[in-house]
Design a protein around this ligand. Structure first.
Ligand SMILES: Cc1cc2nc3c(=O)[nH]c(=O)nc-3n(C[C@H](O)[C@H](O)[C@H](O)COP(=O)(O)O)c2cc1C
Length: 328
């Protein structure tokens, strides 16, 4: 079974499901697993680590002959633009850029024959991306795990769909973890979904086992968006971006006390770095979004895709049937 949309056509994939390029978590194994299962895996180039990128792209080429993409955090890529040469050298089907102006990189990406996917959080960013020649827009809502902004998925997706006006497919991201989410995104006019948190809790994700277990144990409402974890790891992001992660002891201690945190940052940063090294997730953040409420297990990525597509297909079919059953 498949759900065909303009996204599946443009990417040449079977299911309208994209793996988010999660820094460190979306390695070669998970990217290949998603692509091999008929979705579109996007390797998490993140902030840009040359050794990691070379190792994971080499592994990826060995693990799949299916199409894949590579993602970068745009403002960070601008500091080491040669990483884009390495990425394009692996002949990805697409490069995904998030968080910053894609224009400086767009020509090189398109000249190399790759599609340009841009993740946006506002109409202004979508216009900037379309101006740069984006082939696909990802409209990201505040429910998303990791960095993002303030608009909800149910608001931003139709807004960007209207703005794109059928010129490029729009993908919904943020808070989507099951077939209901995919069906709802399609109803909002999206041509597919991009999933981060759901794939974090998969067998192939490169995350710590304990982090995956915490995602499964978390309930709806157990995440928070803010700047605590960026401050604590001394990784300052440009406005308007903040980060969403699971609420843990560290978040409970500092959320809303950012000024005090700043005053004691040296001590807290040292404590935080030690916790990250030890895998102590009472202090170190598990980066995850509001979809945790519908995530209860750690299956293979292929199982996740199959479940989501099957459930969405049934829901969409039910809707078609009930619409047909309405009196004329
Ligand atoms: C652990 C984690 C790491 C992430 N890292 C990145 C990243 O490096 N680059 C990026 O563009 N987006 C990153 N994101 C955000 C995703 O691109 C995407 O917007 C988000 O995962 C979608 O929401 P969801 O988590 O509810 O599925 C990350 C998300 C998570 C959960």
């Amino acid at each position: 079974m498949s759900i065909d949309t303009p996204l599946t056509s443009i990417l040449g994939i079977h299911h309208p499901i994209l793996l988010a390029p999660m820094d460190v978590i979306s390695g070669a194994r998970l990217t290949a697993a998603v692509s091999n299962a008929g979705g579109f895996g996007i390797l998490g180039g993140g902030y840009g680590d040359e050794t990691w990128l070379e190792r994971e792209t080499a592994k990826l080429k060995q693990s799949t002959s299916a199409r894949f993409g590579i993602g970068f955090i745009t403002w960070s890529l601008a500091r080491q633009p040669h990483l884009l040469d390495i990425a394009l050298g692996t002949r990805p089907h697409a490069i995904m850029l998030s968080f910053g102006d894609p224009k400086p990189f767009a020509r090189q990406i398109k000249d190399a024959g790759a599609l340009l996917i841009c993740q946006v959080q506002s109409e202004a960013m979508a216009e900037e991306a379309l101006d740069a020649g984006a082939d696909i827009l990802v409209a990201q809502g505040t429910e998303a795990g990791g960095h993002g902004a303030s608009r909800s998925t149910i608001d931003i997706v139709p807004a960007i769909v209207d703005l794109a006006a059928g010129h490029v497919p729009v993908v919904a991201a943020g808070g989507i973890g099951d077939g209901r989410g995919l069906a709802a995104a399609l109803m909002l006019g999206a041509a597919g979904v991009l999933l981060g948190t759901r794939f974090y809790a998969s067998l192939e994700a490169d995350g710590a086992e304990e982090a995956k277990k915490r995602i499964c144990a978390a309930k709806s409402g157990d995440t928070v968006r803010g700047i605590i974890f960026d401050m604590s790891r001394e990784n300052v992001w440009p406005a308007p971006f903040t980060g969403r992660c699971l609420i843990n002891d560290h978040a409970r201690r500092w959320q809303g006390r950012e000024v005090e945190l700043l005053q004691t940052i040296k001590m807290v940063a040292a404590e935080y770095a030690a916790a990250r090294a030890d895998g102590n997730f009472d202090i170190a953040a598990v980066i995850a979004g509001e979809a945790v409420g519908v995530i209860h297990d750690i299956p293979e990525a292929a199982v996740i895709i199959d479940r989501i597509v099957t459930e969405a297909d049934q829901l969409l079919l039910g809707r078609r049937n009930s619409a047909m059953a309405l009196p004329a």
